[in-house]
Write a protein that binds this ligand. Structure first.
Ligand code: UDP
Length: 260
């Protein structure tokens, strides 16, 4: 269908060559994976919603001075972004114990942490993205000390901003994952925020009920993942503008599937 050159297909996105050098098109799929891709499925309409949520969050972050790869949304499932050299780290920010932290250290899910924790995981599917220390990052040269300082400072600012942004719509930001990339200018490079921010990579709990509004619904077979993603988008107000038709499209598609 498309004549664009595909650069890479990941678990939730496809990357295509962009219209100008140094740009890339991110296409958001409905595919969902968990447990290092051992569990696979689809969340109907997820790509459309994540494209919108990520656009919203990245735009807001750029307004507070966080450099990001986001240029503009192109259509329902695609956005134009700057091409970066991805730093092979997943930067996880945690406010409340959950998921792998709870499992690893035996801390009950939902326990607020004494202060915000930043963890680093080495991005390698074959190894299952292992947890690493800053010493490993320095030892193997995955990022420089200066880059680590930039990333951790940005992670804290992003967390402060997002905790408030979600609290304002009745959502508790438990934890989330960030990815950063380098852009080069001659011999110099700087680090900018890349990838996406969406319910795929965040834990979002309803403040009043504690209900999970994120990918844990899929990971833990709780059901209702489409509604949860839509609820986050609705609360943030991102499916409003030309949204009703998008939501209607998703709902129609679901109805038709249900009728089969
Ligand atoms: N996360 C992610 N991609 C990963 C691993 C984690 O987006 O490959 C996100 C996850 O959605 C959660 C946070 O990072 O919001 C912390 O995840 P955790 O380490 O608890 O791992 P999990 O329990 O998801 O395996």
């Amino acid at each position: 269908m498309s004549r664009r050159r595909q650069i890479y297909e990941g678990k939730a996105k496809i990357l295509y060559e962009g219209p100008e050098p140094g740009t890339i098109i991110q296409y958001f799929k409905d595919d969902a994976t968990a447990f290092n891709a051992q569990k696979k499925g689809t969340i109907n309409g997820k790509g459309v919603i994540n494209n919108r949520i990520s656009e919203f969050v990245f735009t807001r972050l750029s307004h507070i001075g966080i450099p990001t790869h986001f240029i503009r949304r192109l259509n329902m499932r695609e956005q134009l972004v700057r091409q970066v050299e991805i730093i092979p780290l997943e930067v996880v920010v945690r406010n409340v114990a959950a998921g792998s932290l709870s499992k690893r250290l035996g801390i009950e899910e939902g326990e607020p942490l004494p202060h915000t924790l930043i963890e680093y995981y080495y991005k390698d599917d074959a190894l299952g993205d292992p947890l690493i220390a800053e010493e490993h990052i320095a030892c193997f040269g995955w990022a420089s000390n200066e880059e680590m300082q930039d990333m951790s400072a940005m992670a804290i600012r992003i967390n402060d901003f997002m905790v408030g942004m979600f609290a304002a719509v009745g959502i508790r930001l438990v934890d989330f994952k960030l990815e950063f990339g380098r852009i080069w200018d001659g011999d110099y490079s700087r680090v900018i925020l890349a990838d996406e921010i969406s319910p795929d990579g965040c834990r979002l709990w309803d403040i009043a009920s504690g209900e999970k509004l994120d990918k844990d619904r899929f990971r833990r077979d709780l059901g209702g993942e489409e509604d949860a993603y839509q609820e986050v988008a609705r609360r943030l107000g991102v499916l409003q503008e030309d949204g009703p038709s998008e939501v209607a499209d998703i709902n129609l598609h679901r109805k038709l599937r249900g009728k089969k």
